[in-house]
Ligand binder design. Structure first.
Ligand code: MN
Length: 229
């Protein structure tokens, strides 16, 4: 029995389609992983290796709950993404072995304070406060790979108040899921409970209080939330 001096924080969880809860350990995110989005952010999709940033585990927002409009920004953006849930960890995972480490897949939104990110890029400072703020990771239920397999293509889309904002296909990723897992596992030892947001397609844009966000990935599931003041 551990003698905690303050109450221990609750375990962050994401529901699993078909029942049960996935405990979240860490959240990793891939930057610029669709060519058209990389270009809209001023990057060069041909020459960039995958790079990563993180969010805290308790940034997840589940069950179609509201997301409060965060402080310190005037330019909150949606980034619709495929999320990989790691079931089995390891370091130096090979591309061939990567799929075996995946528990399942979900639809998620990498909410971003774009103005803070632009300032961080300009000054060469960290992205943490642009990406890892409270309630910055709304996510839908995790579909187990045992039930749906490992989708390598399929429509990924996000609408705001019913109007299409982002529409692409998972096959447009620059680095696919096994390549992302292999690359990330050369930087950190992956562990059960890790989530990986795999980057967003083009069409990112600002949201405001009152906006209803609805994301869907074909064969995987949905993510729903409303931005509230
Ligand atoms: Mn993103």
């Amino acid at each position: 029995m551990i003698d905690f001096v303050i109450p221990p924080p609750p375990q962050a969880v994401v529901p699993v389609t078909g029942g049960g809860m996935f405990p979240v350990r860490r959240i990793f995110c891939v930057g610029r992983n669709y060519a058209a989005h990389s270009r809209e952010m001023g990057g060069d999709p041909e020459r960039e290796a995958p790079f990563f940033f993180t969010k805290p585990a308790d940034a997840v927002v589940i069950g179609a709950a509201d997301c409060p409009y965060p402080p310190a920004t005037r330019d909150l953006h949606h980034e619709m993404e495929l999320v990989v849930a790691i079931g089995q960890g390891g370091a130096d995972i090979t591309v061939a072995d990567a799929r075996a480490r995946v528990f399942g897949y979900a639809a998620g939104i990498d909410l971003t304070r774009r103005d803070l990110q632009a300032e961080a890029k300009k000054t060469g400072r960290p992205w943490d406060m642009a990406k890892g703020f409270d309630a910055s990771a709304p996510i839908g239920a995790i579909a187990p790979a045992a039930a749906i397999g490992h989708p390598a293509h399929g429509r990924i889309a996000l609408s705001v108040n019913g109007a299409a904002r982002q529409v692409s296909d998972l096959d447009q990723m620059i680095w696919n899921v096994p390549e992302i897992i292999a690359a990330l596992s050369r930087l950190v030892r992956l562990a059960p409970g890790d989530l990986i947001f795999t980057g967003t397609p083009e069409g990112v844009a600002a949201v405001k209080p009152g906006d209803a966000l609805a994301g869907e990935i074909e064969g995987i599931g949905t993510v729903l939330t409303r931005i509230v003041a």
